[in-house]
Design a protein around this ligand. Structure first.
Ligand SMILES: NC(=O)c1ccc[n+]([C@@H]2O[C@H](COP(=O)([O-])OP(=O)(O)OC[C@H]3O[C@@H](n4cnc5c(N)ncnc54)[C@H](O)[C@@H]3O)[C@@H](O)[C@H]2O)c1
Length: 258
């Protein structure tokens, strides 16, 4: 899909990858871009930079996803490209309290389900539309520092696959971004796992280019580092070795932490 004259929504557009996406997409002369973010300052700033429309909203709630899509349709017309990119993480394993698990589930999965409920019928009628879901390398491999992040980002990939399987031949394209380290505020420089990711981090601008090209080519899986593809292939080839490799990495990083 080319972005000229398109109506675009970018969630998490206030900072990091989402902001870079808004800036890159704006150069393609779209009809307009809605910048959705829970952070009012960030949403307004990106929108101002690109001449877009801000929408300050917590996307974990269905009513807010509806308000976002109503705003896009009211101001610009039917949504052509919906980028479900907002995300966050909570460190820890299964001991993490339910509300944190639930928040990541709502943000990484249900917010896109809500958007798809509202957008898919119109896209099917027009035989045109696109979803770009930001998962993570954790969605096809793991994030050893966060069980809830790994699980919900796997679910993001599963949702993207499902949407593609059902709708790609009916005119709705789907891409799923699975980045490893990207140099944004998301990376916690005090955390040894994030420090490890930061060593080979790419810039959000590089990721925005990757996404734009991926949408142009209607490519499903978008990865930022060749190692992700290698590990993913290795996982399906030799699951036990893949798991023992990560077990060793956990030991190494935990020792470094002490
Ligand atoms: N930076 C990385 O290394 C990395 C790696 C893999 C995946 N990702 C994913 O990329 C996406 C973008 O992250 P980023 O690196 O740009 O981080 P970021 O923190 O700069 O951007 C995330 C944005 O999402 C917004 N957001 C959070 N909760 C929200 C909510 N409930 N409703 C609306 N907006 C909300 C934040 O305010 C923020 O502006 C996330 O989904 C993240 O999981 C990032």
């Amino acid at each position: 899909m080319e972005l000229k004259d398109r109506v675009i929504v970018v969630t998490g557009g206030g900072s990091g990858i989402g902001r870079a996406m808004c800036q890159r997409f704006a150069k393609e002369q779209p009809k307009g871009i809605i910048v959705a973010d829970i952070d009012p300052l960030a949403a307004n700033q990106t929108a101002e930079e690109i001449g877009g429309i801000p929408c300050v909203c917590d996307l974990t709630l269905e009513t807010n996803v509806k308000r976002l899509i109503d705003l896009a349709e009211g101001e610009l017309g039917p949504v052509d490209l919906y980028c479900a990119n907002a995300g966050l993480t909570y460190k820890g394993g299964c001991e993490l309290p339910d509300p944190e698990w639930q928040r990541l589930w709502q943000l990484h999965v249900m917010s896109t389900v809500y958007a798809a409920r509202l957008l898919v019928p119109g896209m099917l009628e027009r035989k045109s539309g696109y979803f770009m879901l930001t998962s993570s390398a954790a969605g096809i491999l793991t994030e050893i520092g966060s069980a809830a992040y790994s699980v919900t980002k796997h679910a993001t990939v599963a949702l993207a696959e499902w949407l593609s399987i059902h709708y790609a031949r009916k005119g709705i394209g789907v891409s799923c971004l699975c980045p490893a380290g990207v140099d944004t505020g998301f990376l916690d420089h005090e955390d040894p796992i994030h420090q490890f990711l930061h060593m080979s981090a790419v810039t959000p601008e590089q990721v925005a280019d990757l996404i734009l090209n991926g949408i142009r080519d209607e490519k499903f899986l978008l990865t930022t580092h060749p190692e992700i593809d290698e590990f993913f292939a290795f996982k399906t080839r030799d699951y036990p070795k893949y798991l023992s490799g990560f077990q060793r990495l956990v030991e190494k990083l935990t020792k470094r932490k002490k």
